[in-house]
Design a protein. Structure first.
Length: 445
């Protein structure tokens, strides 16, 4: 393949997307079609997603190339490599206004304010763009972001009630798939608590949603609650209940997950004699098997301790945020740990301890000033939310709002990321892609 031919084809591909003169555009299209398929595919792979979407409406032959599953996978790999080289990997920020995340007033008549935006994970934290998600047919007024994977965002409306709306959305191409109702619901099994995970099965090229459902009403008095594991496969479009493979554990509802190395991770606890201890529950998405690893040995099960797992900065292992707090806690703090060698519990290393940060007001507890860690950045800084100063946030005057900061773990310096006014945030690494473009049951929104 000569460089001259490639250069000519690249110029033609640009003209296809930008030319406003119909006759010239038709001429460019005709010339482009004279190139061998290999060259046309190579040029398509260099185009941004918006241009590719426009190209699918030009000719059937182009659409068949771009919607081919193999092309979609290759384009994803190229985008990932480009982001790594050019420092343009985005983070998806989801923010909810104060009342939207209070379980007691989730149905309040007050207007719910939400934020979905992509920001480049670079020193400037530039906003890439706002993104939209499907909004129709919700039992609750807002979604919770379970996780992201290869451009897909897993959304569930499980804040505050027994609801079963699950959606896989691709904001890059504005397409989504609504999942069928799961097998385990309040109507079928009574009260339950569910934690959800979302990941990619590289063995079968399939995206899967995993529910860990602890049944509260179907166990003898004083006996451990039964946990049912069901998995949704995007390839089959259905849920399946796994056999009795889940180990005995206890987990809070809506426990955050971390997907890394082909496996989902949640923190859980288990009773041992008259006490409880924490551990990390791991589910291999491809093999459908559970295993476990230990949390740092210094962590003890305490009602004042809140844990959250995350992916490490290099994306190769897991990190753990442990918050020790409470209204009457005299010395609240947040510890940030990282497992240097994946699944080697002896490699847990505490990187930093954060203390309350900001201006304290008379009606606020010391714990309310603790930063809440959300995720690692590629720079190994950590994104945190903390209570905004009453005068510092121009978006809302309420001192109950929170603001996003990036913390340098070496200097312990807080740098504002310019996002404030929401009481609840999540942050997930995101990868723009064409995933779902080839699915007939994916709908536009």
């Amino acid at each position: 393949m000569s460089s001259e031919i490639r250069t000519r084809a690249q110029r033609l591909s640009v003209s296809l997307c930008m030319c406003e003169n119909c006759s010239k555009k038709f001429e460019s299209e005709a010339k482009f079609d004279t190139f061998p398929l290999e060259i046309r595919q190579d040029i398509f792979l260099r185009l941004p997603i918006k241009s590719l979407i426009r190209c699918t409406a030009v000719r059937k032959s182009w659409r068949s190339v771009i919607k081919n599953p193999s092309f979609i996978r290759t384009h994803l790999r190229g985008t990932r490599n480009s982001n790594e080289q050019n420092d343009t990997q985005p983070l998806l920020i989801h923010g909810l206004a104060k009342k939207a995340f209070s379980f007691d007033d989730i149905y309040s008549e007050d207007e719910i304010q939400e934020l979905y935006s992509l920001h480049y994970d670079n020193p400037a934290f530039d906003e890439h763009r706002k993104v939209g998600v499907p909004t129709g047919g919700l039992a609750n007024p807002c979604f919770r972001v379970v996780g992201t994977c290869n451009g897909l965002v897993c959304l569930v409306d499980d804040l505050g009630s027994y609801t079963n709306t699950y959606i896989l959305s691709n904001p890059s191409i504005r397409k989504s798939v609504a999942l069928p109702g799961p097998n385990v619901t309040y109507c079928t099994h009574g009260g339950y608590e569910a934690s959800v995970g979302f990941g990619f099965d590289a063995m079968t090229n399939d995206y899967k949603v995993v529910r860990l459902v602890t049944l509260l009403d179907e166990h003898p008095r004083h006996a451990p609650c039964q946990t049912v594991v069901e998995v949704f496969s995007l390839a089959t479009g259905s849920w399946s209940i796994l056999p009795d493979v889940a180990p005995q554990f206890q987990m809070d509802a809506r426990t955050p997950q971390a997907f890394v190395n082909g496996a989902l991770h949640w923190h859980a606890k288990r009773q041992k004699e008259d006490d409880f201890y924490y551990f990390i529950l791991i589910f291999d998405v491809g093999r459908g098997l559970f295993r476990e690893t230990m949390v740092p040995e210094s962590l003890k099960c305490d009602t004042r301790l809140t844990l959250q797992l995350s992916v490490s900065g290099d994306g190769e292992s897991i990190a753990l945020f442990s918050m020790y707090s409470g209204y009457f806690c005299a010395d609240p703090f947040v510890d940030i740990w990282v497992m240097n060698e994946y699944c080697i519990h002896e490699s847990w290393t505490k990187l930093i301890r954060l203390h309350p940060h900001g201006v304290r007001h008379e009606f606020l507890s010391l714990s309310s000033l603790l930063p809440k860690a959300l995720c690692f950045r590629k720079s190994s800084e950590v994104v945190v939310s903390k209570r905004s100063d009453i005068y510092s946030c121009s978006r809302h005057t309420s001192c109950l709002g929170r603001e996003l900061f990036s913390v340098d773990l070496g200097s312990q310096q807080f740098k504002s990321l310019g996002i404030c006014g929401y009481s609840y945030y999540t942050a997930h690494s995101y990868q723009e892609s064409l995933v779902l473009l080839d699915m007939d049951n994916a709908v536009c929104y």
